[in-house]
Design a protein around this ligand. Structure first.
Ligand SMILES: C[S@@+](CC[C@H](N)C(=O)[O-])C[C@H]1O[C@@H](n2cnc3c(N)ncnc32)[C@H](O)[C@@H]1O
Length: 234
């Protein structure tokens, strides 16, 4: 019997999630599951930005960013995920491969990869992100720590490797948060080994404005053990 390629298994996997929704698929993401995480991400991003979300999935975060006044393009391979993202408030869905972005150069303020890099060739996709970002553009990447049970086909890239690939693509890494994430709470982990997720931010080299992202703490803040951001939902 012919074996399915990894790519086609993955696309069937996401077609199923797009059709049924995360809740009934036995797998989900922090961006779906945790309103506090979405709020933490929104607080990191300045208002009215042109944002490209690569591997946007069902677009829960992207819909909220659109509602907050950002121009958000959500890009995904999966049509079913994009259709769901449209229902979640994403205005601008684009079906394409992260390694070949269908945009001209210098279009976006921010390119973000939220829990999607595990399926991607980092060198290829970061080079594409650098190309479509404005000179002062920012790269935001979140992904899972080694101790998290992720989809079997999701590669949990070590942070050092993500940073090295970002640097090769022309980004200066500004900072990396190691987070614990629950439904209603996001906190800075006491150590990377205790984190569930990392969030890396970087600036396109050669055009660095030197401005921090909105709400971004300094490196010294991040070093405080147990520093946390607590957003309890009303
Ligand atoms: C784990 S989901 C994350 C979705 C969303 N960002 C979130 O955090 O809920 C990964 C997404 O990446 C998409 N994806 C995988 N490979 C891709 C590629 N080569 N180009 C674009 N999207 C891709 C999948 O279709 C899926 O929607």
């Amino acid at each position: 019997m012919p074996t399915q390629s990894k790519a086609s298994q993955r696309s069937r996997f996401y077609a199923r999630i797009g059709t049924r929704g995360w809740r009934d698929s036995g797998y989900d993401t922090f961006a779906y599951r945790s309103p506090a995480f979405r709020q933490w991400m929104r607080s990191l991003l300045p208002p009215r930005q042109a944002i490209l979300s690569v591997g946007c999935g069902a677009g829960e975060l992207e819909g909220e960013l659109s509602a907050a006044g950002c121009a958000v393009v959500g890009l995904d391979l999966s049509f079913a995920m994009l259709r769901r993202a449209g229902r979640n408030g994403l205005d601008l869905p684009v079906q394409a491969d992260a390694a070949r972005l269908p945009f001209g150069p210098r279009r976006f303020d921010i390119a973000m990869f939220i829990e999607s890099i595990g399926y991607l060739d980092l060198d290829a996709v970061f080079a594409e992100a650098r190309r479509v970002l404005k000179p002062e553009g920012r790269l935001i990447v979140t992904s899972y720590s080694a101790q998290i049970n992720a989809h079997a086909r999701y590669r949990k890239w070590p942070v050092d490797q993500v940073m090295a690939c970002a640097a090769t693509a022309g980004f200066a890494v500004d900072r990396c948060h190691y987070l614990t994430v629950a439904k209603n709470r996001v906190a800075e982990a006491r150590s990377p080994g205790q984190s569930k997720l990392f969030c890396l931010s970087a600036t396109a080299r050669g055009g660095n404005s030197g401005h921090a992202l909105a709400g971004e703490r300094t490196l010294d803040d991040a070093k405080q053990p147990g520093a946390h951001w607590d957003w309890r939902l009303a």
